[in-house]
Design a protein around this ligand. Structure first.
Ligand code: NDP
Ligand code: MG
Length: 406
């Protein structure tokens, strides 16, 4: 049996429905879709905790609707200045990152949805796994930064990591690791093929991409998402991060992880087996399906996600990615092969570069060039501790600022 964080505990019984959940980042795109799943499920989930960084008003409204035991705001200043008189009586307000780490360890929580954006999501996810919780993981940056340490922690604590990212959910569904089923023998898997929409610049020339504005890059053709991941999709850094995410999640060498452009975003990924058989998972682009599957696994229940309508003509295209216009893909493969500190450096450099692009300090094509420069200038360490990873994260962000000023 493969040594990845999903299959390792496939025989452990999952808490039956209803499940008690915490949503870290409930005011974001994934957080709101998760609440839509909860709304639709009519009693299959109890919301125990919700967290936000600064969106106090929306968090308060969510608390009124879902009545959680805790709400946590990580930005202390925002929490202090907001008028909380509308918070329901039974809900306790906590502030600061340390409060998130305490709350996720509550015995009243079964599943933690990790839907914070960026490396800020690492410590909450870490605390949840440390307490042996099941984590429905949207925050891919956690695995990109610290894949080996995070999967090791899950193994030691008997915690499960269930993917929310649609491509990884597709692979997870195709490998069919439900309890009671024999898990796939990973030696029979020849490769996994992650699909990518190609983003808004799939058909643009390099010189058009060099002139791209923030509005152009935010105009994703198939997915509605938060700003950071939308820019990552335009550079295809998102797919680079997903190669690294898959490498740790499924314990597969990067040589067995391929990428194909599929503009319709209906096939979410494919698995090719030794005998040449290729399985695919299909559904319209709607995150509510992979979110719900991570929450109900190994069960399936009716979902609010859009359904595939095969009574209409349906066209599915596939083409190889253009590595020249999208050099992020090469970076992703390289970092997946290197491991060590490389993932934390790439992730932090990219977060800082995307923030700089959104602030008008970097051009679109410079996002990946800056990441390449920072990655090349870092002194690689093969087996870092968590503290070392947090230190290289800070270093890489400073290096992006220096690259911009140079
Ligand atoms: P959003 O930007 O829409 O939401 C981010 C959430 O994180 C918000 O609740 C935000 O709170 C909170 N947050 C932001 N900064 C911090 C911080 N420093 N500390 C604590 N909380 C913080 O992001 P998405 O929902 O789009 O993405 C979330 C994660 O899911 C990302 O890792 C992304 O890669 C992944 N993902 C997203 C997909 C999508 O369809 N959106 C698809 C696949 C993966 P506030 O509102 O208060 O700022
Ligand atoms: Mg994805």
């Amino acid at each position: 049996m493969a040594g990845d964080p999903i299959s390792r505990h496939f025989t452990r019984p999952m808490h039956s429905l209803p499940r008690r959940i915490a949503i870290l980042g409930s005011t974001g795109s994934i957080g709101r879709s998760t609440l839509e799943v909860v709304r639709h499920s009519r009693g299959q989930f109890a919301v125990v905790a919700l967290t936000a960084h600064r969106s106090c008003d929306e968090l308060c409204q969510q608390a009124r609707e879902f009545g959680p035991r805790y709400v946590v705001v990580t930005d202390d200043e925002q929490a202090r200045t907001f008028n909380w008189s509308g918070l329901p009586r039974g809900t306790e307000l906590l502030t600061g990152q340390a409060a998130v780490e305490r709350v996720v360890q509550s015995p009243h929580i079964d599943v933690v949805v990790a839907a914070v954006v960026g490396s800020a999501g690492l410590t909450g996810t870490w605390a949840a796994l440390d307490a042996g919780k099941t984590v429905a993981l949207a925050n891919k940056e956690t695995l990109v930064m610290a894949g080996p340490l995070v999967t090791q922690l899950a193994a030691t604590r008997g915690a499960k990591i269930l993917p929310v990212d649609s491509e990884h959910s597709a692979v997870f569904q195709l490998l069919d690791r439900s309890p009671g089923h024999t898990p796939r023998d990973m030696t029979a898997v020849r490769r996994i093929i992650l699909t990518a929409s190609g983003g808004p610049f799939r058909d643009r020339t390099r010189s058009e991409m060099e002139q791209a504005t923030v509005a152009d890059a935010l105009a994703h053709p198939t997915w509605q998402m938060g700003r950071k991941i939308t820019i990552d999709s335009a550079t295809m850094m998102n797919k680079a991060l997903e190669i690294i995410e898959a490498r740790w999640l499924f314990d597969l060498p990067p040589g067995q992880i391929d990428v194909v452009i599929h503009p319709q975003s209906i096939v979410h990924s494919l698995v090719e087996f030794n005998d040449g058989s290729v399985l695919a998972q299909l559904s319209p682009p709607d995150m509510k399906l992979p979110i719900q599957y991570a929450l109900t696994w190994p069960d399936r229940i009716d979902s609010p996600a859009r359904r595939l309508d095969l009574s209409q003509a349906l066209r599915l295209d596939f083409e190889p990615p253009d590595e020249d216009r999208f050099p992020a893909l090469g970076l992703g493969r390289e970092v997946a092969a290197l491991g060590g500190t490389a993932g934390a450096v790439l992730n932090a450099a990219n977060e800082a570069a995307v923030a700089s692009f959104l602030a008008g300090e970097l051009s679109f094509m410079e996002i990946v060039s800056a990441c390449r420069a920072v990655l090349d200038s870092h002194s690689f360490s093969p087996a870092p501790t968590l503290d070392e990873l947090l230190a290289v994260d800070r270093w890489a962000r400073q290096e992006i600022s220096r690259w911009i000023c140079a």
